[in-house]
Write a protein that binds this ligand. Structure first.
Ligand SMILES: [Zn+2]
Length: 214
C-alpha cells in the first residue's frame, strides 16, 4: 500500500489525499474527482497508480479532489462551487457563469482559490512543478488539451480511442486547463471518460495515463 499524504481538507473536513510514486523531477501530476458526479474519473486514477512500481518517472496523483461532492454524488463542492471554475486564470469570472447550455449555470466562487479543494490542488501543482498535468473527467469521451500538448493528446488518443480535441465546445473560464495550459503554457490534458465508465473505458483511460507518464 502506497502511503497517502493529506494535502488539504474539504469544506466538510474530509481529507484530500495525494499519492507520490518515484523519484526525481515530477513528470506527471494527475487528478480526478474534482467534480463529485464523476466517479469513473476517480476509479481510473486509482487503477493507474496501482500499476506504478516506482521505477519510472515520478508521478503524483490526487484521485479525489472533491470528496464532499463524491460523498453526495453532486458535481459541486459543499458550498455549491464548481471547483473547475475556481482557478486563478485570466478568464476567471466570479459568481454564476453560463454553462454549456442556456439552462445550466456554474458558480465559480467569489474569488480564485476561494475553496479549500481547489487551493489544495493549486498548492500541490506549485510544489511539484510537474512536466505534464492531466485532469480526469466524465462524460465527454475525448482527450482535450490546453497549452503545448497537441502531440501528447494525439498519442493519448491513440492509446484510449477517444478523439483529441482542442475545444470542448463551450467556454471554461477559471478552469484548471485555463490556468495551467492557456495562461502558463504548460501541457494540460483533460481526459474525459464516458459516463458511466465501463471496465473497458477504465482500461482505456489507464492506457492513456501510461502514455502521459512516459
Ligand atoms: Zn468534470
Amino acid at each position: 500500500m502506497i502511503p497517502r499524504e493529506v494535502i488539504g481538507r474539504s469544506i466538510e473536513g474530509r481529507p484530500i489525499e495525494a499519492i507520490a510514486i518515484g523519484a526525481g523531477r515530477t513528470r506527471l501530476l494527475v487528478h480526478g474527482g474534482i467534480h463529485g458526479d464523476e466517479p469513473g474519473a476517480v476509479e481510473a486514477v486509482e487503477r493507474f497508480v496501482t500499476l506504478l512500481d516506482g521505477t519510472g518517472p515520478r508521478v503524483v496523483a490526487v484521485p479525489a479532489v472533491n470528496p464532499d461532492g463524491l460523498a453526495a454524488r453532486r458535481k459541486d463542492n459543499a458550498r455549491g462551487v464548481d471547483l473547475n471554475r475556481n482557478f486563478p486564470a485570466r478568464s476567471f469570472c466570479p459568481g454564476a457563469i453560463p454553462g454549456p447550455t442556456a439552462a445550466t449555470r456554474y458558480d465559480a466562487g467569489p474569488s480564485p482559490l476561494s475553496e479549500p479543494e481547489s487551493a489544495a490542488l493549486a498548492a500541490l501543482v506549485a510544489r511539484e512543478d510537474p512536466c505534464v498535468l492531466v485532469a480526469l473527467h466524465q462524460p465527454l469521451a475525448c482527450v482535450n488539451f490546453d497549452g503545448p500538448a497537441r502531440d501528447l493528446a494525439a498519442r493519448m488518443a491513440a492509446a484510449c480511442g477517444w478523439p483529441a480535441v482542442a475545444d470542448v465546445g463551450y467556454p471554461t473560464p477559471g478552469s484548471f486547463g485555463a490556468r495551467y495550459g492557456v495562461d502558463e503554457q504548460r501541457p494540460v490534458i483533460t481526459l474525459e471518460l464516458p459516463r458511466p465508465a465501463s471496465e473497458g473505458d477504465l482500461a482505456a483511460a489507464v492506457r492513456a495515463l501510461l502514455v502521459a507518464r512516459g
